[in-house]
Design a protein around this ligand. Structure first.
Ligand SMILES: Nc1ncnc2c1ncn2[C@@H]1O[C@H](COP(=O)(O)OP(=O)(O)O)[C@@H](O)[C@H]1O
Ligand SMILES: [Mg+2]
Length: 298
């Protein structure tokens, strides 16, 4: 069983929203048996689950002392992925949950307060040697601060190439125990969540080196595809074949008919004399090249 932990010291960044949405999306996408674990004493996810009628994903409310046991029981029951929601701002308890993670997701709102708070969460993950993915959540469409936040976050680690925007769908859908994919399946919000899950599933499969976990769907965003290195031999062969195709195409291209650009290159022929005399007030960089230095065309 693999474990994804949603953590951030900042309350309201979207841990509960994204845990619930990603777990439901994972189950819907057929990733396997999914369990959702609420370790936040406030129990917002538990309240959401209580209002939910669908049987998937499984749900467990676990305190820190019984988390390990809960994870072992889910593993025995054949659960493939456990998604764990954590409480905000309690460093010690977050740290104990992160210790079980294969991947830590850090939802971050594009705001100075949220950005300032990520350092502490990253420190916890680093102390445990756990990979982190930042997910920009509740972004305003076309706001400059979103891209600025992505750049700021990228200084600390990987930023998911899928941004979750601020939409009432996200909070409204959770009122009766559902998610955007279940309430408004064709919406932009639902698309963001399904894209985000494909990306996270892909990352997770590479982190835990389990090709069986690779998603069937490939995202068409160039920014995502071009960055993902192939994990298995077939995929590597596919990439090599594509590369060979591109080279063959280039070889078949008609020769360039236009005027050739000549590159001006300076070749030093003979000895270069660096003057010993340094006139007063002159810099050492005022080096004279021997007249034998020639300009030639290559
Ligand atoms: N993308 C979003 N668009 C609109 N509202 C959101 C979004 N993400 C979270 N929210 C709302 O923000 C509030 C805090 O989110 P929540 O997931 O509970 O944060 P956390 O668990 O990190 O404290 C909730 O009311 C939630 O419905
Ligand atoms: Mg929460």
């Amino acid at each position: 069983m693999y474990t994804i932990v949603a953590a951030s010291q900042k309350g309201g960044s979207g841990k509960t929203t994204l845990s619930g949405h990603l777990a439901v999306e994972a189950a819907r996408a057929g990733t396997g048996e999914i369990a959702l674990i609420d370790t936040d004493p406030q129990g917002s996810l538990a309240a959401w689950w209580n209002a939910r009628t669908a049987p998937t994903p499984r749900f467990v409310k676990a305190g820190l002392p019984d988390l390990e046991e809960a994870l072992a029981a889910l593993d025995r029951a054949g659960v493939k992925i456990a998604v764990i929601d954590t409480p905000p701002a309690i460093t010690q308890s977050i740290s104990r949950v992160v210790a079980h993670a294969d991947l830590v997701i850090v939802p971050t709102r594009p705001s100075p307060h949220d950005l300032r708070a990520v350092g502490a969460t990253v420190d916890i993950a680093e102390r445990h040697g756990k990979p982190v993915i930042f997910v920009i959540n509740a972004a305003t469409a076309r706001a400059r601060i979103t891209s600025e936040s992505a750049v700021a976050l990228s200084q600390h680690g990987t930023v998911a190439p899928v941004t979750i925007h601020h939409r009432v769908d996200f909070s409204a859908s959770m009122i009766d125990g559902r998610t955007v994919g279940e309430v408004v399946p064709n919406s932009a919000s639902a698309k963001e969540i399904s894209d985000l899950w494909v990306y996270i599933q892909d990352r997770l499969s590479r982190i835990v080196r389990d090709p069986a976990l690779l998603p069937d769907i490939k995202l068409n965003h160039l920014s995502i595809n071009s960055l993902l290195a192939p994990t298995d031999e077939n995929a590597a062969a596919e990439v090599a074949a594509k590369a060979a195709e591109i080279v063959a195409e280039a070889a078949e291209a008609p020769p360039y008919e236009g005027q050739e650009r000549r590159v001006l290159e300076r070749r030093v022929v003979g000895e270069v004399r660096i003057p010993e005399r340094r006139a007063f007030g002159r810099r050492g960089s005022d080096i004279l090249i021997h007249p034998a230095a020639q300009w030639i065309y290559k």
